[in-house]
Design a protein around this ligand. Structure first.
Ligand code: NAI
Ligand code: MN
Length: 337
């Protein structure tokens, strides 16, 4: 089979590899589509501290089950599925409290073990989620990125009174905006980014107001409009954002962060406690695939709006290049296997 392999940082090739056999409790997926994510680029560029090389990358993949291991119902062969990349032990404290995404033995498909940029991938049977016929192949490939938004939203519990501020209008910010608008029906959504084209996408995804915070003073604009956001999501993940969010937030607001920067930032207890703010973090997803599949089935979100490019997997280098370099036009890139 053909697989997209990062042999070592900066060396990405299409390799012929032996077809994997599903182990007990696993299924094998014949991958049809896979989405490129920032973390694939980080592994390619050698910027992901968890990655081990060589690695078949890709954690956003859709296809059908073509083989099952011992103990898995053979009736699942032929099922259209998306793969949850979070492989967890099921026994440790986080797993037992329903947070397998931070399992002590966490194995992320496409990071710690071989991923979905491949003609075939194996994974635990419970990680392969059936996709109903109402969801197209392309949209199904978008389930995983929306699970990131679902996970942070499940922490933040957005509601109709909320005035939301989302930093970043990349794939993560835009999936979050779609969820805030289509699923949770918050009162108002403001999006800040540096790139006008991405802010236009944010409008298309349901933002009421956008601010180019490289050119404009976000704090001044909010103050002038009398807005104190009650819910803030940092989907840009720069260390300067959390202190700013704490300053801009309404009393009793919730702030959600999802960045992995190791760079410190300065915040004070007073800034947080005087407004009794709640700060959540969110990593990957904890069993949010069924929820997002339901959102898509009920057409509460529009994944197709975010798919800007498609390439055959044989053009993976060109696809990665577009994804990395053309942030104005490019949001989500799908590879076809
Ligand atoms: P992206 O790089 O495509 O988007 C980030 C956007 O933020 C860009 O449009 C950029 O112009 C904007 N931006 C940068 N600095 C800004 C600032 N100071 N104010 C406002 N906007 C600013 O990345 P993507 O794929 O949307 O992911 C966003 C972040 O989320 C990344 O840092 C990534 O590591 C993180 N992430 C976290 C996950 C988690 O589970 N916690 C999962 C996936 C991504
Ligand atoms: Mn992803």
């Amino acid at each position: 089979m053909k697989s997209v392999v990062v042999q070592q940082p900066e060396r990405l090739v299409i390799e012929e590899r032996p077809q994997p056999q599903p182990q007990a409790g696993e299924v094998r997926i014949r991958v049809q589509h896979a989405g490129i994510c920032g973390s694939d680029v980080h592994i390619y560029r050698g910027h992901n501290p968890f990655a081990r090389y060589p690695r078949t990358i890709g954690h956003e993949f859709f296809g059908h089950i073509d083989a099952v291991g011992a103990g898995v119902d053979a009736a699942r062969i032929g099922e259209r599925v998306v793969g949850d990349p979070v492989v967890s032990c099921g026994c440790c404290y986080p797993c037992r409290v329903g947070r397998p995404n931070v399992c002590r033995e966490l194995q992320v498909i496409g990071v710690h073990r071989d991923g979905g940029f491949s003609e075939y991938v194996t994974l635990p049977a419970q990680n392969a989620h059936r996709v109903p016929a109402e969801i197209s192949d392309d949209n199904a490939t978008m389930v995983e990125p929306f699970t990131i938004a679902a996970n942070i939203c499940c922490q933040l519990q957005p509601a109709s009174l909320d005035v939301a501020l989302v930093y970043g209008a990349g794939p993560m910010g835009l999936t979050t905006v779609q969820a805030l608008r289509g699923v949770y029906g918050v009162k108002e959504i403001i999006v800040a980014d540096r790139i006008d084209e991405r802010l236009a996408m944010a409008h298309a995804c349901g933002a009421d107001r956008t601010v180019n915070n490289e050119r404009e003073d976000l704090a001044a604009i909010l103050t002038q409009a009398g807005i104190q956001p009650t819910l803030i999501v940092d989907a840009a993940c720069h260390p300067s954002i959390l202190p700013e969010a704490i300053a801009l937030a309404s009393p009793a607001a919730r702030i959600g962060i999802m960045g992995f920067s190791a760079e410190p930032c300065t915040i004070s207890q007073q800034g947080i406690t005087s407004k009794e703010l709640t700060i959540f973090s969110s990593r990957l997803n904890s069993n949010r695939f069924p929820l997002v599949i339901e959102w898509m089935t009920q057409k509460k979100i529009s994944p197709q709006t975010l798919i800007t490019h498609q390439f055959p997997y044989t053009d993976v280098l060109a696809a990665m290049e577009v994804f990395e370099k053309d942030q104005k036009q490019c949001c989500k890139v799908l590879l076809k296997f």
